[in-house]
Design a protein around this ligand. Structure first.
Ligand code: ATP
Length: 473
């Protein structure tokens, strides 16, 4: 019997290139790994740093209405009671008694027509507003069988909280339960008053934060698309009640434009407004920026209109006054909030997928090239001595570029020049500078461009000005 050849998808190619070039490795690999955990390697960490820096520059540095914070991951547990995460940040899970697979009840019923009269929707199911027996009855009635084995034999759905719980304190079992934060947003809300009074910002203004978040996801997967530990780049933008719709529109477009400005193909991006029954408990409107991943359209980032829900909740639970005093109009109010929330690793995945290209250089010879935006490219310039004998001269060029540009420059002597060019095409390095025997005589080098493969000769003392221009953003 002939074995069917498995189709190599774009995702397979990205995963393999990531490992090969040092972008992303399977987490704890020498111990057989840890399911759905990933470690970013030398190129991966540069990519993440560049994309976070690009975000911070666009969303914070270049604006007068934005400031940042870096709040602790571990927060007073009351935070999560106030935010609603202890009560409703859960998925209804059910087990197939036949094959033991575990599924999300709300996902199984997606697409089914609910009775218009009833309050039931998949979103309500997820928020546990429906009794488990009713969920099970619905699933049995509609004959929704197990997607793994095709049988209809489910357990009652059970709420599964997505927060990672741990203990604070040194005595086993006697510590206080605390949580790893499932979103960075609450670190901003609890600091609203501190930040507003110390920065003396007037509404409308925003607070930005980049940091780790943890969710015990039921269905992680698709490489770094959904993991249990990830970073978010979030803004809580505080505005006057009644102006929230206009700010929401603004931020939807701002986020879209940021991705497009970093060369993500516009046809692979779309904005999708949530249906009313999809909205989270705190939201009066949410839009997702979606991307056409190798596995289909999926969320890339969310722009939620969070009303005054969070500040109100924290006021109630902390008994602290978190209202804003508008001096000009002598009025006090709780600001409404717009939240653009972007995943760092999910964005990195999008930049990798979108930049990946295979190009036939000549018949039978295909090169793989990552056409990353200059701002994101992990290595900006690779300095390559044509022969090892030329290392000394080439090193001087390397030192000059590092000192004057302050960018990540690579020095690479291993292998033939053709192999080195290909290696840097795969790494997304926009420029290679080749130092050859003529360089010793005339102080010129060859600059090779990644995208066009064009080569030009340039004086060494013109390189700095040339690259300053290329990396001006
Ligand atoms: P999803 O519907 O994909 O689970 P979500 O709507 O729960 O995402 P948000 O709570 O809006 O996500 O989080 C904001 C952003 O954080 C997402 O758009 C995504 O970029 C990122 N993100 C959320 N969960 C994960 C995860 N498990 N792994 C990687 N990134 C994530």
């Amino acid at each position: 019997m002939s074995k069917k050849k498995k189709e190599v998808t774009l995702m397979d190619k990205i995963v393999s290139l990531s490992k090969r070039r040092g972008f992303v490795y399977p987490g704890s690999e020498i111990y057989g790994g840890l399911a759905n955990s990933w470690d970013f390697g030398p190129l991966g960490v540069e990519l993440l740093n560049n994309l976070k820096a690009a975000w911070w520059k666009k969303f914070v540095t270049e604006r007068t209405d934005m400031v940042g914070v870096d709040a602790a991951i571990l927060m007073n547990p009351e935070t999560w009671v106030a935010s609603g995460h202890v009560g409703s940040f859960s998925d209804p899970l059910m087990d197939c008694k036949k094959c033991k697979s575990r599924e999300r009840a709300d996902k199984l019923v997606e697409g089914w027509q609910f009775d218009n009269e009833s309050e039931e929707t998949p979103a309500n199911w997820a928020a546990e507003k429906t009794p488990p027996q009713d969920m099970l009855d619905f699933i049995n009635e509609k004959n929704i069988t197990c997607p793994q084995c095709g049988k209809l034999d489910w357990t009652l759905p059970k709420a599964f909280n997505l927060m990672f719980k741990t203990q604070q304190g040194v005595v086993e079992g006697e510590g206080k339960d605390i949580y790893l934060r499932p979103e960075t947003a609450q670190g901003i809300f609890v600091n609203f008053k501190n930040v507003q009074t110390t920065s003396r910002k007037k509404v409308p203004f925003g607070i930005a934060q980049i940091g780790k978040a943890f969710r015990n996801e039921i269905t992680p997967g698709n490489f770094v698309f959904r993991t249990r530990e990830f970073e978010q780049m979030e803004i809580e933008y505080f505005c006057k009640p009644g102006t929230d719709k206009e700010h929401h529109e603004y931020w939807k477009n701002f986020v879209m434009d940021w991705y497009k400005g970093l060369n993500v193909t516009p046809e692979n991006l779309r904005l999708r407004d949530h249906d009313p029954d999809e909205l989270s408990h705190y939201s009066n409107g949410t839009a997702d920026v979606e991307y056409l991943y190798p596995f289909g359209w999926g969320e890339l980032s969310g722009i939620a209109s969070r009303t005054d829900f969070d500040l109100k909740q924290h006021m109630e639970h902390s008994s602290k006054d978190l209202q804003y005093f508008d001096e000009a109009n002598k009025e006090k109010y709780i600001p409404f909030v717009i939240e653009p929330s972007l995943g760092v690793q999910r964005s990195a995945l999008v930049f990798l997928c979108d930049a990946y290209d295979e190009e036939e250089v000549k018949e039978g010879d295909t090169r793989v090239v990552l056409r990353l935006h200059n701002q994101l490219a992990p290595i900006k310039v690779a300095v390559l001595p044509l022969s090892k004998k030329l290392s000394e001269g080439a090193e001087k060029v390397f030192t000059l570029l590092v000192r004057e540009l302050g960018l990540k420059i690579d020095f690479d002597v291993q292998g033939s020049i053709g192999k080195r060019y290909r290696r840097h095409d795969e790494a997304g390095t926009p420029y290679c500078v080749t130092f050859d025997f003529d360089s010793l005589e005339d102080d010129t080098v060859t600059i090779r461009e990644r995208d066009t493969m064009d080569q030009q000769r340039m004086k060494i003392d013109e390189l700095v000005a040339y690259f300053r221009e290329q990396f001006k953003y």
